[in-house]
Ligand binder design. Structure first.
Ligand code: ADP
Ligand code: MG
Length: 726
């Protein structure tokens, strides 16, 4: 996806709520029937289902279980093992109800001829009417011991046909588990899904060309949808899942390919050619020699900038690898070529830091530059906006929110966005601010685009989410950096850790102390920065000058504190993660992270990157009282590795891609089935297939491709230019 072109109109939305767009004519398909009119659903349930993104029968049919519980063959009661989950089938010997309503308790005795167990259900008053002596139940749960007898508490239950041949009870089965919501259990959803399938499955239409299905030996859509809800076995479910995942990935890759084609035909940027002379002049601004890695990515970037084809590049580099310098280099090329450049940071603190950093390099330069954030006073702001619109302001550093406001550029040649988290949004706004008609009708001029991130994104992921984004990597730190020694600190060792911090403060070095919360919260009983700052000040680091920085402070206060710490007027900065990215104080050598187990690994790595920037050795102390094995394993990874890429991969594996990328913010429909991290092979195949389809039939006009086009329209609701394939 060429992020910086037609994506301007892409709807931001949850793909799950596929309300039909305005254009398709109202159809009579049972799939479009409002969910309220499905058997078993009334207005109340309809509202609950809507909360899950289900509005029509068709939506429910595509509301797939997120996992299956493998219910094994029933075990004889006398073979049950304590605390192990098991399935049993037995007859209800007795039922007793205690308590009222929500605090009710239902006790039954179930036996199967080899023995009996107590079964207790708490808070399920509706079972009261349904459980009777003589019924045959299948129960799934763990067995604990109660009065020398087995007991199951709140097991899953299913009524079996007491009259039927017991042999039919004795089968292995997969029980679907649906994402539930208050007032609607997975089991209830399963029943409704059954009803929806019975009513509307025959109306499900295929999307993929038959030839493709045959070639890849994939099941049809109907079979796949059914297999997602009630597979015979694991294999069938796998096949169904793969089929639907492939379809999603193919649609995604089709969109990428189509948009790329569209952009190649319709979008242009201003060519910003560099030269030996320009290169020499820019380099003179830096008080150090650029690293080989910086040189390499600068070459890639200047090659891109020199062309009219819009640059669309992701610059990855570990914290402290020198991305800002590279961005400034590119900005100066844009300015020399008589266009403007905007550099956007995610927060005001960071924007101010970027600006301060850039100022250092630009002392005495004729480049007009400014910092523009939400707190710029109105009068000054109006003046700056006029200069930006008039073209006399060359370089604007600001927050990403900046471009959502009324900024108009005279000629924005390059847009740089630091930390990608929200860039989809910022960029769309930027485009609104800068899009101009091109020399040819139907053409638009858009800025070259550079996005920087310290969070390494695996290639396959950047390809899916960002489409054909090119990637440059700075894989080398500036010389003289020392790796940061990282240690896990348990409560018993805290004393020694603080002693070390005191020693360093006494030696004139500075310390960060990071807390996960701003205010003390009962629920989470975490030490919060505002409370702990007192303790740090008086007990832990007495005599040190301690400052507090957190997200709820006023902006001026934040900046004052930051400035004081940077200037060395504070020894210790107690803060929440607002310092996560970008802050650069070489004299800070200690990073203490409280409740380290609560952070993602990448976040911790970023925090650690705040130290180790100067000549002294630095330490990062991960304080935790968590005894959890996984938590410890995760923190160990940090102690062993300084490699941001490895850490990010690990994070990705542990937490999934959504969190890392915030796919929603990119305007993509969320995948229902596919997982671009795990389905890499499928993704590659989908990419090849999409390229082939677009090559052979760029308008998706052939009958076998029409359903694909329709589905893309449904995804993007007709709002993207590349679907107006002409
Ligand atoms: P990033 O944005 O990738 O975290 P920065 O661009 O902020 O990294 O650079 C981190 C620090 O390294 C800054 O203090 C910067 O001045 C310094 N630096 C950058 N490039 C070099 C270099 N080639 N040689 C020496 N120091 C450098
Ligand atoms: Mg930086």
């Amino acid at each position: 996806m060429r992020v910086n072109s037609a994506s301007v109109n892409r709807p931001v939305g949850d793909g799950r709520t596929r309300s039909p767009g305005p254009s398709p004519p109202p159809s009579r398909s049972p799939l479009d029937k409002p969910i309220q009119y499905l058997r078993g659903v009334g207005p109340r349930r309809a509202r609950l289902l809507e909360g899950l993104g289900v509005r029509t029968v068709g939506d429910l049919i595509e509301y797939f279980p997120f996992r299956f519980e493998h219910q094994t063959r029933p075990q004889a009661i006398d073979t049950l093992i304590l605390d192990e989950p098991a399935t049993i089938v037995g007859m209800v010997e007795s039922v007793r109800c205690q308590g009222q309503f929500q605090s009710s308790r239902i006790k039954a005795v179930v036996s199967d001829g080899t023995g009996s167990v107590y079964v207790t259900w708490f808070n399920m008053p509706y079972l009261r009417e349904r459980l009777e002596r003589g019924q045959v139940l299948r129960l799934y749960g763990s067995v604990s011991s109660y009065r020398d007898q087995g007991q199951m508490i709140n097991p899953r239950l299913e009524w079996l046909d007491a009259e039927a041949d017991p042999a039919t009870w004795d089968y292995e089965r997969l029980t679907p588990v649906y994402r539930a919501t208050a007032g609607l259990t997975s089991l209830q959803i399963a029943r409704l899904a059954e009803a929806a399938l019975a009513e509307a499955l025959p109306a499900v239409q295929g999307t993929l060309p038959k030839a493709l299905l045959d070639r890849r030996k994939l099941p049809g859509r109907r079979a796949a949808v059914e297999g997602m809800h009630r597979p015979r076995d694991e294999q069938q479910w796998q096949a169904a899942r793969e089929r639907l995942a492939f379809e999603e990935l193919l649609l995604m890759q089709l969109a990428v390919a189509l948009q790329r084609r569209w952009a190649a035909a319709h979008a242009r940027s201003v060519a910003l050619p560099s030269s030996v002379e320009i290169d020499r002049r820019i380099r003179r601004r830096f008080p150090f020699k650029l690293t080989a890695a910086q040189d390499r990515v600068i070459k890639q970037i200047t090659a891109d900038l020199a062309r009219e084809r819009s640059m669309n590049r992701l610059l990855q580099g570990d914290v402290g690898s020198g991305k800002t310098v590279v961005a400034l280099y590119a900005a100066l090329v844009a300015v020399v070529c008589r266009t403007q450049c905007a550099i956007l940071a995610p927060t005001e603190v960071l924007a101010a830091q970027h600006f301060a950093g850039i100022e250092r390099y630009l002392v005495g330069s004729r480049v007009n530059r400014c910092l523009l954030t939400g707190q710029t006073p109105k009068a000054r702001r109006d003046r700056l906006l006029a200069d930006i619109a008039g073209g006399s302001m060359h370089l604007v550093v600001g927050t990403q929110a900046l471009l959502e406001s009324k900024v108009r550029f005279h000629s924005l040649g390059l847009l740089v966005v630091d930390e990608q988290h929200k860039f989809g949004v910022a960029q769309r706004a930027a485009l609104r601010a800068s899009r101009r008609r091109g020399p040819q009708p139907q053409q638009v001029v858009i800025p070259h685009y550079l996005v920087m991130t310290a969070t390494p994104i695996p290639r396959t992921l950047s390809m899916t989410v960002f489409g054909d984004l090119d990637v440059s990597i700075i894989d080398e730190l500036p010389p003289g950096r020392r790796p940061v020694e990282t240690r896990i600190v348990r409560p018993a060792e805290e004393g020694r850790a603080w002693a070390e911090a005191r020693r360093r403060v006494a030696a004139g070095q500075q310390v960060y102390v990071v807390y996960p919360l701003v205010e003390e919260s009962d629920a989470l009983n975490l030490r919060a920065a505002t409370v702990e700052v007192q303790r740090v000040d008086h007990e832990l680091l007495p005599g040190a000058r301690v400052g507090l920085l957190h997200g709820r402070m006023k902006k001026e206060e934040k900046q004052q504190v930051m400035a004081a710490f940077t200037a060395g007027r504070l020894d210790v900065l107690v803060s929440t993660t607002v310092i996560e990215v970008g802050v650069d104080v070489p004299n800070a050598t200690v990073m203490i992270v409280q409740h380290a187990e609560r952070y993602g690994l990448s976040a911790l790595h970023q925090l650690r990157g705040r130290v180790g920037r100067g000549r002294e050795s630095s330490i990062c102390l991960l304080m935790t009282d968590s005894r959890g094995e996984t938590a410890n394993k995760r923190l160990q990874i940090l102690c062993q590795s300084n490699d941001g890429f490895r850490i990010a991969e690990e994070d990705l594996r542990l937490r999934g891609p959504g969190e890392l990328l915030g796919t929603r913010q990119h305007g993509w429909p969320e995948f229902r089935v596919a997982n671009p991290v795990e389905d890499v092979d499928l993704l590659m195949q989908a990419r090849d297939e999409a390229a082939r389809i677009v090559r052979e039939d760029p308008g998706l006009r052939r009958p076998e491709h029409v359903p694909l086009l329709a589905e893309l329209r449904r995804w993007f609701r007709d709002k993207v230019a590349f679907l107006d394939v002409g």
